[in-house]
Design a binder for this molecule. Structure first.
Ligand code: HEC
Length: 145
């Protein structure tokens, strides 16, 4: 009995996933990114247009497609049981560019989105973000989905 109680007590300390609270969680994420980035939240990401797209694609296939899917539709093999699901980048963009890049650097607390800023140099992160924006601009034809 005791181990079961311990398991229940520990599970209680991590906020359980509640779909009804998703809009609130997403609003909190946006507010904290705005606070952290200040005015730069709404400004263009420095170096984005010149970032190396081929490098970005390489970084994507090493680190991102398992969750976000090859085309960025949130349907990678690791996405199946994730709550919340990895973002589908083809249904519109909620955060600013600088805000999304910050999520790539620092992760999204309480979700499966890891912080890549500890493991990858920043120009790799800007490059993969450029590739992500390229995926948004080049949705797959229905037959390759
Ligand atoms: C282990 C699974 C996983 C991996 C690997 C992963 N992501 Fe994510 N990602 C997520 C999840 C889950 C979310 C949703 C977070 C949320 O809703 O707050 C997310 C959210 C994001 C967002 C925020 C967009 C938004 O508005 O929700 C960006 C940008 C992003 N991921 C980019 C990347 C990039 C680039 C990589 C690779 C360098 C990557 N992710 C790797 C699971 C993953």
């Amino acid at each position: 009995m005791l181990p079961l109680l311990l398991v229940l007590a520990c599970a209680g300390s991590i906020a359980p996933y509640d779909e009804a609270k998703e809009p609130e969680r997403r609003a909190t994420l946006e507010t904290s990114l705005r606070t952290e980035l200040g005015a730069t939240y709404d400004q263009p990401v420095p170096g984005l247009d010149a970032a190396d797209l081929a490098l970005g694609k390489e970084v994507w296939y090493k680190n991102c497609d398992a969750c976000h899917g090859a085309h960025g539709q949130g349907d990678g093999p690791r996405a199946v049981r994730m709550k919340p699901r990895p973002t589908n980048f083809l249904v519109g963009q909620q955060l600013s560019d600088a805000g999304e890049l910050q999520v790539i650097r620092e992760g999204s607390p309480g979700t499966g989105m890891p912080a890549f800023g500890r493991g990858l140099p920043d120009h790799h992160l800007v490059a993969v973000y450029r590739y992500l924006q390229w995926l948004r601009a080049h949705p797959p034809a229905p037959e390759d989905e």
